[in-house]
Design a protein around this ligand. Structure first.
Ligand code: GDP
Ligand code: MG
Length: 742
């Protein structure tokens, strides 16, 4: 099935791990498939819940065979017929057994099968042995040392050389990391145990040898008096000959496998160096504390240092690993965050580019959940790494995430603000319009306060939905105040508009009232006798003389009624005193202008000439009792004509000037209009016509303002009226003669 794969030294293709995963090949190259292998074995996600075990021993002492039996692995073994070295470099495989001899084994046991050496005279092999020992010690919790029974006690044997290397390397490795010197378990598996010498005796011999080796190695400064037990625990097992006692071998291996469970220390270990433990041989303090998802990167870094003969500084390696992994994890957790946030960010950017900011629905809950998930995911994975690096990287991630949220949130608040203001203005305008349609029975102040409350509630809800508990910068309460202030500003603008609308209505009413009332007064001119009896010779009837008094009275009456209407209504929608004052001042001015326009209309040539003619005819054609005259030749037609004509002619100077009979002077327009109130703002005056005498700088005097007919017009009017009167006279004369002939 796997025939085309030579078990020796060939890198398996990605995903094909028939013999486990080669970590280091015979060229001493690190194989990057390790992480892929750990992932495919589901170890990568295990955090610290894994165990790394390495095996050491001379070549062809059945190491691979042992591992395959213990852990169900498929490391290649030397075939029994052609005896040549098989394992090259370092291989790693996950334990395939769940139980051994009925005991559940520890989770995620990873086993490293290390190429053994025999030819200790070959310098190159010694080099690899040293390097692989360093590598194994930097990563593994347990070192299985595989030796033949007959080698026990052979102090000069190859194994002793190996152990010497292990001890030296261990001191080199962990002297830098004095605070957290990890312990390792050296677990001796004595092979081909015949059984004559009990394991306990073999054990003692081995411990004595180990002590001897320990005392013989040169120790770095400060560690001269260190003891072997400071670094190592020891474990022992013996196995019968596999080929000669196959069944027994199997069952003993199974017994041995059952010891690969987690355990804990009961005491520090007796004089014999054997620690008393409960449970299995895998004690927490052996663990190198490299999270499984960082194991590959860590191993690669370690191997790189080893191969390049650099000082292996584990704390530094762990920090580097932490940086690398934290960055990697950060990128990973940001992917999910991006999926949630990027579309929202794009939507917001797009909308604001178009100048139409959008309020993103549910932004608060979506963003805070994405943030929380992102931080949680980072914490779960990254907190297993170097604490200092982790907290630094955590801060980096937080400021990256929060920076983006800040931008989003600020955009959201700006959009909510803008949308809120627009909705508010629109709602008020619509309500007012509807109120107007329904006959004007609406309360502007009420509409404004209702809509303001509604809009504020929506805005507040949005602001509150953005708040994240315990995150200071997500507290946007002060934005509520800004929003409220803007609504108030908008309200006052809307109120101004409303005041203007009210003013327009009132002005229209004034105009229409003045149109009727002033028209009526002028119409009275048509009747030369007025209503107050017969005029004395050469005297104008009272109704004519007090024309302006009556007009002024009508005018001031209408305006004062209008003022009352205006201020009542304006106050009802919370207009300020200043606003009311300005409105009234404007109203008086506009009313005066309207009055003046109405008078001008009345005194327009055609209109006034007709009125004068009517006035004259009335005086000429009717007698004192109001009876129409039938002209007889004896009548003093000329005398009547002259009196009537002169009487009517006196109207022209009367009409020319707005002058009160009572005071013999123009009305006090200046006091009537009053001084310009201090509340007048830019734009308030724009549509106001200048009034002579009131607006002094306009260069027109009150005298001119009160002049309704210019001198020229007066003279012209006199001439034309006389012609008209003459015509009437001639006609009368004719009818008198005609009446006689008849
Ligand atoms: P490694 O080089 O240490 O991995 O050894 P291998 O597992 O490849 O085995 C080397 C040879 O030793 C093979 O031919 C095995 O059949 C043989 N072998 C395996 N187990 C035992 C054992 O318990 N006793 C003896 N005498 N030989 C064994
Ligand atoms: Mg082997």
């Amino acid at each position: 099935m796997n025939g085309h794969f030579s078990a020796v030294g060939e890198q398996p293709a990605n995903g094909n791990y028939d013999h486990g995963c080669q970590v280091i090949d015979e060229e001493k190259e690190f194989n990057r498939n390790l992480n892929d292998y750990l992932q495919s074995m589901h170890v990568a996600e295990a955090g610290f819940n894994y165990h790394l075990i390495s095996v050491f021993g001379s070549q062809s002492t059945g190491k691979s065979t042992l591992l395959n039996h213990l852990f169900g692995t498929t490391f290649s073994v030397m075939s029994e017929t052609e005896r040549r070295q098989t394992t090259k470099g370092i291989w790693l495989s996950k334990n395939k057994r769940e139980t051994s001899a009925g005991t559940k084994m520890a989770d995620n046991i990873l086993v490293m099968d290390v190429e053994g050496t025999d030819g200790r005279e070959r310098g190159e092999d010694q080099d690899f042995e040293r390097k692989s020992a360093l590598f194994a010690l930097a990563t593994s919790e347990v070192l299985l040392v595989n030796i033949w029974e007959h080698q026990v006690g052979l102090y000069q044997g190859a194994n002793m050389g190996l152990l010497k290397t292990v001890f030296e390397v261990n001191l080199q490795l962990f002297q830098k990391d004095k605070n957290s010197t990890p312990r390792s378990l050296l677990f001796f598996v004595i092979r081909d145990h015949i059984g004559v010498t009990p394991l306990s005796a073999l054990q003692n011999t081995l411990i004595q040898d180990l002590q001897k080796i320990w005392s013989s190695i040169s120790k770095p400064e400060g560690l001269e008096h260190s003891r072997i037990e400071d670094y190592f625990d020891f474990g022992f097992a013996a196995l019968p000959h596999k080929i000669l006692q196959g069944d027994k071998f199997e069952s003993e291996v199974a017994q041995l496998g059952a010891r690969f469970t987690t355990g804990h220390r009961v005491n520090k270990g007796g004089d014999d160096g054997v620690a008393e433990t409960e449970g299995g041989i895998l004690l927490p303090e052996y663990h190198r504390r490299i999270p499984a998802d960082g194991l590959s990167v860590y191993a690669e870094g370690i191997w790189d240092q080893i191969v390049n003969n650099k000082d292996l500084d584990l704390p530094t390696q762990q920090e580097l690993l932490a940086q690398f992994r934290c960055d990697e994890i950060s990128r990973e957790v940001l992917i999910a965050f991006d999926q949630q946030l990027t579309p929202l960010e794009e939507k917001q950017t797009q909308a604001s580019k178009l100048g139409k900011p959008v309020v993103l629905p549910d932004l608060g809950p979506i963003a805070s959940e994405a943030r929380e998930k992102c931080f949680k995911a980072f914490e779960v994975q990254a907190s297993r790494y170097h604490k200092g690096v982790y907290s630094r990287k955590k801060q980096e991630l937080e400021s990256k995430v929060d920076g983006r949220l800040k931008t989003l949130y600020q955009g959201q608040i700006a959009a909510a603000h803008k949308a809120g203001v627009a909705a508010f203005s629109e709602a008020v305008a619509n309500k007012v319009k509807a109120g107007q349609k329904a006959g004007g029975g609406y309360e502007f102040a009420e509409i404004v306060s209702n809509e303001k409350k509604k809009t504020m509630d929506i805005f507040k809800a949005e602001v509150e939905s953005l708040a994240i508990e315990g995150v200071e910068w997500t507290n946007f309460v002060s934005q509520n105040q800004l929003f409220e202030a803007e609504l108030d500003e908008v309200s006052s603008k809307l109120r101004k508009d409303e005041i203007r609308r009210l003013a327009t209505r009132v002005e229209r009413w004034v105009k229409s009232r003045l149109g009727d009332a002033v028209g009526l007064e002028f119409n009275k001119l048509g009747s030369g006798r007025g209503g107050s009896g017969a005029p004395e010779e050469g005297e104008k009837p009272a109704t004519e003389k007090d024309l302006w008094d009556r007009i002024w009275k009508v005018f001031t009456g209408v305006v004062s009624e209008a003022e009352g209407r205006f201020s009542d209504r304006a106050k009802s929608f919370d207009a300020s005193d200043a606003e009311v004052e300005v409105g009234l001042w404007r109203l008086r001015r506009k009313s005066w202008t309207a009055l003046r326009e109405k008078i001008e209309e009345e005194v327009m040539e055609g209109n006034i000439l007709m009125k004068l003619r009517e006035n004259f005819e009335d005086k000429f054609r009717y007698d004192e009792a109001g009876v129409p005259r039938i002209w007889r030749p004896t009548d003093d037609i000329e005398g009547i004509y002259t009196r009537a004509r002169e009487s009517t002619l006196t109207l022209i100077p009367l009409l020319a000037k707005f002058k009160l009979l009572s005071s013999q002077s123009p009305p006090d327009l200046v006091s009537f209009i009053g001084p310009q109130p201090s509340g007048v703002e830019a734009g308030d005056e724009e549509d106001l016509a200048p009034i002579g005498g009131v607006d002094e700088e306009e260069g027109k005097s009150l005298e001119e303002e009160m002049t309704m007919l210019s001198e020229n017009k007066r003279q012209d009017l006199v001439v034309r009226f006389k012609k008209t009167a003459d015509g009437v006279y001639v006609e009368a004369k004719r009818s008198a003669i005609g009446g006689m002939t008849q």
